[in-house]
Write a protein that binds this ligand. Structure first.
Ligand code: SAM
Ligand code: SF4
Length: 345
């Protein structure tokens, strides 16, 4: 396993009241991922069990007012992109108005969303109108039987319609996220790429991570980024592009362009050194990493009348505890208790 170099000089001062949201490795949080619900209408095998999960009780969920107050605070602390996710974000009934309120913040953050696309056909245009800038739609296969076996639901046609609606509404570039599973869809990655190129969607493959509710992930069976690339190169010429920055995907020009494809080696070549993310769960818990084994409760103090300064102190403290990397593969790695759907991918 490789890792990017981290800054050698680590800040020694404890988190102060000023400046950006920094951790002890000098990384600055600019990208806030907000899970707006833990519920979902699909049951992807790498994420949820067939029977679903015990959903968060409604009173534990942040209201729109609470969510907007916290997002506004993060924007004041330097966050510049807010990505709404879940669970399935389109299941939050107030999503359109929530996005409208986020778009009124000053400075206005970029607003993105990760969705499974079911229901997007109806919502793409109102979401765009409300202020949504970008969308990532998760789609692992364009084969109906494979889709059914991966998501346990026969909804491929809805996702295809959702993608088209997003493109028509101008939520461009429309990105497609695909997780590759050995023996399920790994032989079809080039077909998925061809399908996306034809429709002007930007495809990114993601290595499967140990975030499944069943704790069944195994390093030995994970399809690696190198394997995905080799499979794509059976059909396409891939030329690596420079300028990755803090973006997790390594991007490649396909043949002579203009289309590109990304491959996110979250496990085999983690991008933790360049991570600029912080996460807020639907029940108001702050996580400094997908793989963090602890979180800071913002909801309880918020409801008890905490001031913005009080909340800022909690947020800075949580960032200060951010680990160097996720540590997947190390002997003391412990998969987080919360599954991906309750953290927000
Ligand atoms: N329901 C929405 C969706 O599927 O896009 C948003 C939430 S989902 C948890 C966010 C992203 O996480 C999706 O692209 C999904 O494919 C990805 N994901 C879920 N479980 C994963 C895992 N074990 N490894 C890698 N990616 C995963
Ligand atoms: Fe739902 Fe997204 Fe998890 Fe699939 S990956 S079960 S769509 S939350």
């Amino acid at each position: 396993m490789t890792d990017l170099p981290l800054p050698t000089v680590r800040p020694s001062a404890p988190p102060g009241a000023d400046g950006p949201l920094v951790d002890t490795f000098g990384r600055i949080a600019k990208d806030l991922r907000v899970s707006v619900t833990d519920r979902c209408n699909l049951r992807c095998t790498y994420c949820m069990p067939a029977e679903g999960l015990p959903w968060l009780p409604k009173p534990d969920m942040l209201t729109d007012d609470e969510m907007v107050r916290l997002i506004a605070l993060f924007v004041r602390l330097g966050v510049r992109q807010v990505r709404l996710t879940g669970g399935e974000p389109l299941l939050r009934r107030s999503l359109v108005s929530l996005i409208g309120r986020i778009s009124e913040l000053d400075p206005r953050p970029t607003i993105a969303m990760t969705t499974n696309g079911v229901g997007l056909e109806r919502l793409a245009a109102p979401l765009k109108e409300a202020g949504l800038d970008r969308v990532n739609v998760s789609l692992d296969t364009i084969d109906r039987e494979e889709f059914l076996s991966l998501t346990r639901r026969d909804r491929l046609a809805d996702v295809e319609a959702g993608l088209k609606a997003a493109h028509d509404a101008g939520l461009t570039p429309v990105k497609v996220n695909a997780v590759t599973m050995r023996g399920v869809n790994d032989a079809d990655v080039a077909d998925l790429l061809a399908w996306c190129i034809e429709r002007d969607y930007e495809l990114r493959f993601i290595e499967q991570m140990p975030l499944d509710a069943g704790h069944e992930w195994q390093a030995a069976t994970m399809v690696t980024a190198a394997e995905i690339r080799a499979e794509l190169e059976q059909r396409y010429r891939l030329t690596p592009l420079d300028g990755r920055g803090s973006a997790p995907a390594e991007r490649f020009l396909i043949d002579d362009g203009p289309h590109t494809v990304g491959i996110i080696a979250s496990v085999s070549a983690p991008f933790c050194a360049a991570c600029d993310r912080v996460r807020l769960t639907a029940d108001g818990q702050l996580r400094n990493c997908l793989f963090a084994n602890s979180e800071s409760d913002l909801r309880t103090p918020l409801r008890a009348g905490a001031t913005d300064d009080d909340l800022e102190g909690i947020i800075r403290g949580e960032m200060w505890r951010k680990a160097r990397g996720h540590g997947i593969g190390s002997p003391d790695f412990h998969q987080p208790d919360r599954p991906m759907s309750a953290i927000g991918g």
